[in-house]
Design a protein around this ligand. Structure first.
Ligand code: BES
Ligand code: ZN
Ligand code: ZN
Length: 504
């Protein structure tokens, strides 16, 4: 799908589907929509009246056939919702709905108004970026294992979307916005693909190969890949314990991006990368095990991010760290009651082998801190309790650092990836005190499971400002979450962290 901008009025656009908009309650639309209405014999205002169309919620729309004398085949009038609730996320959804509707009608070309720039009052660049994101994220389908679906999707493919602008004053910004949207969604769909691939295809060695591949395409990114003997040498016994039951070798992956000039800061991103979480000997029940290929979504997000750093060129030194392995039961698996010593000397009692993410992350965080970064951010599908607390749409943010909290919150408001803070309550460190070791890998039953997991991780970050994002909910869509989030891997965190990085 090509997305472009043209100096052209909407009413003269030759296209299969002409898209205009209005806010809730508008009966005589102005701006670009008004201009089309006028040139299209008042058909838009007539339809609004005839259908009693109020456009109460954003994304509500109607379509009608254009008069034969007009250059478009069909017109789609879509609501931006209430003016006071309008934001970039509305634009993404509206753009996505437009694309989905075009596919339903088998329209091959779309010409659209730049949602939000005129009466919406947002910057043209941001609007164009959001349109580009909504379209490209909605266009995503993981259909490589379904020949028939693939064929149908191909037939419905929309070839071109043109954003119409009547003069050239903002063309440059719009082009930049479109391009940015393309890059960010490329990173996000890269992560989605990795999460959606079955565990027979994506296992630790594969993640390492993908990391290597990224360095081959980008001279400013280097990879350090530690294989099992190196991991043993570095005494990452907490990480190794998780891998112990698996026939697949663990891989410790470290990507490093360096900008041309002197970087303003050094950031380490750590991603949980369990390529399949069976629970280990504390085996998950069958229903809970389904979709546990997604337990590497944190790592997938980091690989997605690194795949576009060279296009965005942030002026930061950025490290991406993944301790990748499978969590499987077997005769060699770690046992409940085991005590393991992480690479910083902290001893851990294993109470439940299904709380493996924190074990693998412990050594990754220790490694990250040794790089002396200014900030560490980890992304992890860590606890089912995060879904109990915040549902499927919202990630839990845990940090003691106000700057990280503010910046991540700001980034989240821009990208529409929802996060909400939970406290790293020091008193709850009690919950993970062990009788036999320094700490144990589960907290108090039925009490703040997401926080105790966060507190567990805190034992491995001694002095670096750090934020932990538990993405167990939003990393995977059980159902179609919104018009641009299909079932399956969501790529959550990719745009969020890229936005954060670009803010620094
Ligand atoms: N990978 C899971 C968490 C998870 C659950 C992610 C559902 C996405 C959806 C994690 O390794 C796990 O199993 N956590 C346990 C911890 C418990 C044993 C303390 C959990 O949440 O039940
Ligand atoms: Zn688990
Ligand atoms: Zn897990």
């Amino acid at each position: 799908m090509r997305i472009t901008v043209k100096i052209q009025t909407l009413e003269t656009a030759r296209t299969d589907l002409l898209v205009v908009n209005l806010f809730t309650g508008e009966t005589k639309p102005g701006g670009g929509t008004g201009a089309v209405d006028k040139k299209y014999q008042g058909l838009i205002s007539k339809k609004i009246k005839a259908l009693n169309f109020t456009g109460k919620t954003a994304g509500e729309f109607f379509t009608f056939d254009s008069p034969p004398t007009k250059p478009s085949k069909q017109v789609m009038v879509i609501s931006l919702g209430e003016r006071k609730k309008f934001n970039l996320e509305v634009i993404r959804k509206v753009a996505a709905i437009t694309l989905n509707q075009a596919k339903t009608q088998r329209a091959k070309t779309i010409a659209t108004i730049l949602h939000g720039a005129g009466i919406g009052g947002l910057e043209p660049k941001m609007c164009a970026q959001a349109i580009s994101e909504g379209l490209l994220l909605a266009d995503y389908a993981f259909d490589k294992y379904q020949k028939n679906k693939q064929k149908d999707n191909k037939q419905r493919r929309v070839k071109e979307v043109v954003i119409c602008q009547k003069d050239n004053t903002t063309i440059k910004e719009i082009k930049t916005g479109i391009a940015l949207g393309k890059i960010l969604t490329r990173a996000q769909t890269f992560a989605r693909d990795l999460v959606n691939e079955p565990p027979i295809k994506v296992y630790p060695e594969v993640l390492a190969k993908i990391a290597k591949q990224i360095t081959q395409d980008n001279s400013n990114i280097q990879a350090t890949i530690l294989k099992k003997p190196d991991i043993i040498k570095r005494k990452m016994n907490s990480f190794l314990a998780v891998d112990a039951g698996s026939d697949k070798d663990p891989y410790f992956i470290h990507l490093a991006y360096k900008p041309k000039g002197k970087p303003s800061k050094k950031v380490a991103l750590v991603g949980k990368s369990i390529t399949f979480d069976s629970g280990g000997l504390s085996l998950k029940p069958a229903e809970a095990m389904a979709t546990m290929k997604m337990d590497m979504a944190g790592g997938a997000a980091i690989l997605g991010i690194f795949s576009v750093l060279n296009d965005l060129k942030p002026n930061l030194e950025i490290h991406g760290i993944m301790s990748a392995c499978e969590n499987m039961p077997s005769g060699s698996a770690m046992k409940v009651d085991d005590v393991v010593e992480a690479s910083n000397g902290t001893t851990i009692e294993i109470v439940n082998t299904d709380a493996e993410g924190r074990l693998a992350l412990a050594d990754a965080l220790v490694y990250a801190e040794k790089l002396r970064p200014d900030y560490i951010i980890d992304l992890a599908t860590l606890t089912g309790a995060a879904i109990v607390a915040l549902g499927n749409d919202i990630a839990a943010l845990m940090t003691d650092n106000d700057e990280l909290k503010d910046k991540l919150t700001k980034a989240s408001q821009i990208t529409g990836e929802k996060i909400w803070p939970l406290p790293l309550e020091p008193d709850y460190q009690e919950h993970i005190k062990s009788e036999i070791a320094d700490i144990k890998n589960v907290g108090k039953k039925g009490a703040a499971g997401t926080i105790s997991a966060g507190l567990f991780l805190q034992n491995f970050v001694k002095k670096t400002p750090w934020a932990h994002l538990d993405i167990a909910g939003p990393a995977w869509n059980e159902t179609k979450l919104n018009p641009y989030q299909p079932i399956g891997g969501s790529g959550f965190g990719v745009r969020l962290l890229l936005e954060y990085l670009l803010m620094n």
